[in-house]
Design a protein around this ligand. Structure first.
Ligand code: SF4
Ligand code: SF4
Length: 87
């Protein structure tokens, strides 16, 4: 589900965000920061990313395969991705 949320963490405020949550893992993707470079799509071993209208999107049906390796989060050149694991 893509939705506009207000997330008041590390610099994201009133920004269009893609957010998905599954098995205690939430991926936040800041669409304004995303340049569509496709690095995350190419790196993710769980194949959860796909391009849509020039911005990266999260495939909801694939999110359960995310094992929180954080390759996407640490590699995104614009820090558009946050991977949050519920404690
Ligand atoms: S690595 Fe970052 S900037 Fe590049 S497509 Fe993914 S989210 Fe967008
Ligand atoms: S944390 Fe790893 S498995 Fe999860 S979405 Fe990012 S690159 Fe894919």
């Amino acid at each position: 589900m893509d939705e506009l949320i207000k997330f008041e963490g590390w610099g994201f405020r009133d920004r269009p965000m893609s957010t998905q949550e599954e098995h205690g893992v939430t991926i936040l993707l800041d669409e304004e920061r995303c340049t569509g470079c496709r690095l995350c799509e190419n790196l993710c071993p769980a194949n959860i990313y796909e391009m849509g209208s020039g911005k990266m999107k999260i495939k909801k049906e694939r999110l359960s395969y995310c094992f929180v390796c954080r390759a996407c989060e640490v590699s995104c050149p614009t820090q558009a991705i946050a991977v949050i694991e519920r404690a």
